[in-house]
Ligand binder design. Structure first.
Ligand code: PLP
Length: 394
């Protein structure tokens, strides 16, 4: 039988980050002791108060459909966080809750992209942006950056990537995969540029609370004139260690976007899980102490992993400002012992030294691998010991 797939589905690549964790799980199920630097999720259990709220919701019998775009209670809780944390004022009707920030992004691209519209993605980018843009019929336009400039693009490079088909630009800081922030100067220059060109900004701020060195976060919508042209995306996965509960959201002044994303959701998934929404209300509204505790642990792990990477001849890394990723330059090993790029390097680490990481290619750089430090210090030390051996044997 010939392929039954649509062109769209046939062209879609699987998520590389999920693929590597699947391979890691497979090796582990064979009894192999694999060190996992692949995961894109906190290793902490969801705080008890949040789990309790989910259980209480079930016990109350709240197992029915909720409004498609989320319960009023949860949208109010989201609004309160924006207001208290950043002085950003939204109303509950500006918020659409979905099954994770990934789902919010998917809905946004489906809502705003017509065939051939272009969306600017800054490399290195989160793996799903170009694929989601393409799936919606759009064209991802990649703006390259350099490590010399801390992966921050020249504003001129963004300006010259714009065409009459440019619809939006997607931002993500601190970034997955580099953990780096953009400078205030760059963000302000970008704000002027998008105003001049009348563009939409999608700001994926999923790691806003995981920022180190006492740095303060600037949501893009707080920059002068930007609230009306920014769709902010966030969620509870990373901040509250709730990845499996699947709650994310968008906030925007554009009621057109609210309506379209809600309609898309109403014809596809309907509301996100009622139970998970109740847990998310508690996450966002209750005491926020665990967030700082988890951030402090990630910050200690960052010190450890960066120090250990810097001790390995041939590897280099820029110290991340936040999130839980180190984007390690492996280019000195390319061409050695048949390693032709990051995929080969990651495969070599996994198969020969039982260390799982994610190759840089799906993030837009074949010179890097991504190591997640959402794992404990003992595992980080052992994993880096193995990587040191692996590098010395190449
Ligand atoms: C940059 C970025 N955006 C969005 C997401 C999706 O998060 P969620 O679990 O809320 O769908 C992730 C998760 O890896 C991410 O790294």
């Amino acid at each position: 039988m010939k392929s039954v797939l649509s062109e769209r589905a046939a062209q879609l690549k699987p998520s590389a980050t999920l693929a590597i964790s699947a391979k890691e799980k497979e090796l582990k199920s064979q009894g192999i002791d694999v060190i996992g630097f692949g995961a894109g999720e906190p290793d902490f259990p969801t705080p008890p108060r949040i789990r309790e709220a989910g259980k209480n919701s079930l016990d109350r019998g709240d197992t029915f459909y909720t409004p498609v775009g989320g319960t009023l209670e949860l949208r109010k809780a989201v609004v309160r966080r924006f207001s208290e944390d950043y002085g950003l004022e939204y109303k509950p009707e500006n918020v659409v809750v979905s099954c994770g920030a990934k789902h919010s992004l998917y809905n946004i691209f489906q809502a705003i992209i017509s065939q051939g519209d272009e969306v600017i993605c800054i490399a290195p980018y989160w793996v799903s942006y170009p694929e989601m843009v393409a799936l919606a019929g759009g064209k991802p336009v990649i703006v390259q950056t350099s490590e010399k400039r801390m992966f921050e693009p020249e504003i001129e490079a963004i300006a010259s990537s714009m065409t009459s088909s440019t619809k939006a630009i997607i931002l993500n800081y601190p970034s997955n995969p580099s953990g780096l922030m953009y400078s205030e100067k760059f963000l302000n220059e970008l704000a002027s540029l998008v105003s001049k060109k009348d563009l939409l900004v999608i700001s994926d701020e999923i790691y806003d609370k995981l920022l180190f060195d006492g740095k303060k976060y600037t949501p893009f919508a707080t920059l002068p004139g930007m609230k009306s042209r920014t769709i902010t995306v966030n969620g509870v996965s990373k901040t509250y260690a709730m990845t499996g509960l699947r709650i994310g959201y968008l906030a925007t002044d554009s009621m057109e976007v609210v309506k379209a994303t809600t309609n898309i959701q109403s014809q596809s998934t309907s509301n996100p899980s009622n139970t998970a929404q109740a847990a998310a209300v508690e996450a966002l509204s209750g005491p926020q102490g665990e967030v700082s505790e988890m951030r402090a642990i990630f910050e200690r792990r960052r010190e450890l992993i960066i120090d250990l990477i810097n001790q390995i001849p041939g590897l280099s890394v820029i110290k991340p400002d936040g999130a839980f990723y180190a984007f390690v330059n492996i280019s000195n090993f390319v061409g050695k012992s048949g390693v032709s790029g990051s995929v080969d390097f990651a495969q070599y680490l996994l198969e020969k030294h039982h260390v799982a990481c994610v190759p840089g290619t799906p993030f837009g750089s074949d010179d890097h691998i991504r190591l997640s430090f959402a794992t404990n210090e003992q595992i980080i030390s052992e994993g880096m010991r193995r990587i040191k051996t692996a590098c010395s044997e190449l």
